[in-house]
Design a protein around this ligand. Structure first.
Ligand code: XIL
Length: 362
């Protein structure tokens, strides 16, 4: 299917109309239409998207065009999706997402090149051999980074390289580390820079937000890794903080998080919030209460991160609960941890995001 309706005047008109209708329903139309996009100067708001959902869901498309200026392919750009066999690339869903983004002046964040959970079977078998050939990775990087070098601004080159229970250096003992040793990280970053010289290159990682010993160890391990890469002058431009918040994890460790972000910024690196959402703890509470808890957690988190000038943008991991990847404790329930509910109506989390970004503009 093609998103041939992505003609700018038509879609801009649609987005405005939907905005006014929605605004009236929520009672904020009186203050005039919101800016089409919520970003503040120098900051952007993004969401992850799947091409199949975008293609069939016009309400989702309208919400993306109303609010976002950046999109992250949620699945289509992962290695197993884009190179299902050694000699077969499945570029079409990403091409379509990029066409939609170009038509609508959305930036594209590349997610993700190396991730343990998205290695195609053929490559996993290659990497497990006695003397694996780096060109398994190199060939894939050259193909994908080369194809999208003009369209993708930022890349999660390595996703989730940290696991503090594996090794003293805090690196995850993934297929890449087992194949090439810890050097797989600088190697991948150099390879990425060579294939896409203008792109911003990131590491992307989760669980930096809370006060428990695991999150603390993860912050420390990541800082050590980033420090080493910078000292060795390895091409690297920033860190993506996934920010899958979790109401079961106790209060956010905002002081530790602020210190962590400042330490990353002091290394000369940018920061990006790449996968913001909130996992609920108690889905038996009244809906209004649940939505308030999610919004409050988001507000506390944004207050900490948006103060840090190195934070360039906020991406939520989906816009609507309809497509949340978070599986709630009960099969018939939906986790309400994204800005819009399952009917694409904005929830308190949406207004928290909008207001936090609007305050930056003031
Ligand atoms: C998830 C997607 O949302 C799912 O649809 C997919 O099945 C598995 O991956 N951290 C990441 C993302 O970096 O790529 C993950 O996305 C969520 C956790």
């Amino acid at each position: 299917m093609s998103l041939a309706i992505g003609r700018r005047p038509f879609l801009f008109g649609m987005a405005t109309a939907v905005l006014l209708v929605r605004g009236a329903a929520e009672g904020f139309a009186a203050s005039g239409p919101m800016p089409r996009r919520m970003s503040a100067p120098g900051r952007f708001l993004g969401t992850s998207l799947r091409f199949d959902q975008l293609a069939k869901d016009s309400a989702l498309r309208d919400a993306v065009l109303q609010d976002c200026d950046m999109v992250t392919p949620e699945v289509d750009l992962k290695w197993a999706a884009i190179q299902p066999a050694r000699n077969r690339f499945n570029y079409r869903p990403v091409d379509e997402l990029i066409a939609f983004s170009t038509d609508n002046r959305l930036r594209v964040h590349g997610h993700t090149l190396l991730w343990e959970q998205s290695i195609p079977d053929w490559a996993r078998a290659d990497l497990a051999q006695d003397e694996p050939d780096w060109d398994v990775v190199g060939g894939y990087f050259r193909a994908v980074l080369g194809r999208y070098s003009g369209a993708v601004d930022t890349w999660d080159v390595i996703n989730e390289p940290i696991e503090t229970s594996h090794r003293a250096d805090g690196l995850r003992a993934n297929s890449f580390l087992r194949a090439f040793g810890p050097d797989y990280i600088p190697r991948a970053l150099r390879e990425a820079r060579a294939a896409a010289p203008r792109a911003r290159l990131l590491l992307n990682e989760y669980s930096f937000e809370y006060g428990n010993p695991v999150d603390e160890a993860r912050r420390n391990a990541m800082l050590r890794l980033l420090g080493k890469l910078r000292a060795a002058d390895i091409p690297l431009d920033g860190l993506g903080m996934q920010a899958h918040l979790d109401l079961a994890k106790g209060p956010l460790a905002t002081r530790a998080l602020r210190r962590f972000m400042q330490n990353v910024a002091d290394l000369g690196l940018d920061l990006y919030v790449t996968e913001l959402d909130v996992r609920e703890r108690n889905i038996t509470l009244p809906v209004a209460k649940r939505d308030q808890l999610v919004a409050d957690e988001t507000k506390r988190y944004l207050a900490a991160v948006l103060d840090q000038p190195a934070v360039k943008g906020i991406t939520t991991w989906g816009l609507s609960d309809r497509y949340s990847w978070l599986i709630p404790p009960r099969a018939d329930a939906v986790n309400r941890g994204l800005p819009y509910n399952s009917d694409l109506q904005p929830k308190p989390m949406y207004f928290v995001l909008r207001d936090a970004l609007a305050n930056l503009q003031a």
